[in-house]
Write a protein that binds this ligand. Structure first.
Ligand code: XMP
Length: 326
């Protein structure tokens, strides 16, 4: 029986030295737990799974098999970064599955938000299961469960919207960060040498850009969403807002409005900028972004993103508006 309660005397991991000590302890624990057996991990590139991957690579090297499923709803450059950091720099045993067409074909014409989420979550499990079945001799499944998942949702990662793998897999779980809070996971991630852009990453929903490309997802609007989001992130970083604002992204609705471009009438999509500050995501406020920054972002999106003729800033706090639009 694994201990899932944080001991009362457990120190908060908030210095490189404490992170080192935690890493050494876990490396030993994982080696003792899995011996020479193989461990499977779904590596999304989010903070928790990335830290678990780096920790297990340190402990058992290529006995860890990472599967990165690109569902086609990742932000610009995200899957590439996973490959670069884990496969190229850390020599991870990494299976990369580009399932973009599978997901987008299934989602075509589906405009109901919860159905979109279900399709994305369900298909993710299916793709992961298919890859797991191709692999031989795997006894363990690693997961990036963290302490709030245990406290808040019975050990299931919050918002996963997915079931689990079928029972016949019979994997034993490896959850090395299950007693850590998010800031501690980040501290450990830094100590493991992961790039700051990965460790300090803002929350990103499991269904990814799928819940920000409103209504039925189309490839052209998805491209506009990905490009405008990348511009927003670049400009927030340049204005030193990236560390100050809790979550920020763009949204592309499924309607058009009239514009004029090069003297001709255009009929294109709006891009909505959403930025929020919050402690627990239950309530959120909207930061006052300087006009000059918003104007620069607007100018760049209009000049660089095809199919967009309008940019808006969402002023709605939560409640009443949720952080995501769907
Ligand atoms: P809302 O929109 O409910 O978002 O105010 C609160 C936080 O949860 C994130 N979010 C999700 N995360 N799967 C996830 O993994 C989801 O389906 C999902 N929906 C919302 C959202 O980005 C915000 O941080």
């Amino acid at each position: 029986m694994k201990n899932n309660m944080r001991p009362a005397d457990m120190k908060r991991i908030n210095t490189p030295a404490l992170a080192e000590a935690f890493i050494n302890e876990q490396v030993e624990a994982v080696r003792a737990q899995v011996g020479d057996k193989k461990v499977l991990l779904a590596l999304s590139g989010g903070v928790d799974s990335s830290v678990v991957a780096a920790l297990l690579i340190k402990a058992i090297g290529r006995q860890l098999v990472c599967v990165h499923v690109n569902h086609g709803l990742m932000r610009k450059g995200e899957s590439e970064q996973v490959l670069e950091v884990f496969r190229d720099q850390m020599d991870a045993n990494l299976v990369y599955v580009d399932a973009t067409d599978r997901f987008l074909d299934l989602l075509a014409g589906v405009d109901e938000p919860e159905r979109k989420r279900k399709i994305i979550g369900g298909e993710f499990i299916k793709v992961f299961e298919e890859e797991a079945r191709k692999l031989e001799g795997i006894d363990y499944l690693a997961q990036g469960t963290i302490y709030p998942d245990i406290l808040e949702s019975d050990g299931v990662k919050a918002h996963h919207n997915v079931g689990g793998l079928p029972d016949d897999f019979n994997f034993q779980l490896v959850e090395p960060v299950r007693l850590l809070f998010k800031d501690e996971v980040r501290c450990v991630g830094h100590a493991l040498g992961l790039p700051a852009s990965m460790v300090e990453r803002q929350p990103f929903p499991g269904p990814g850009l799928g819940v920000r490309c409103l209504g039925a997802i189309t490839r052209d609007r998805l491209a506009a969403l990905r490009e405008s989001d990348a511009i927003l992130r670049e400009e927030f970083a340049a204005a030193e807002l990236a560390e100050q604002v809790w979550q920020f992204f763009t949204v592309v609705p499924d309607f058009r409005s009239t514009g004029v471009r090069d003297g001709k009438r255009a009929f294109d999509w709006p891009v909505i900028i959403r930025a929020v500050n919050t402690v627990d995501a239950m309530t959120a406020t909207v930061p006052e972004i300087e006009w000059v920054v918003l104007k620069k972002i607007t100018g760049r999106i209009l000049a660089e993103v095809p199919g967009v003729c309008r940019v808006l800033y969402d002023l709605t706090p939560k409640p009443v508006g949720t952080i995501e639009w769907e």
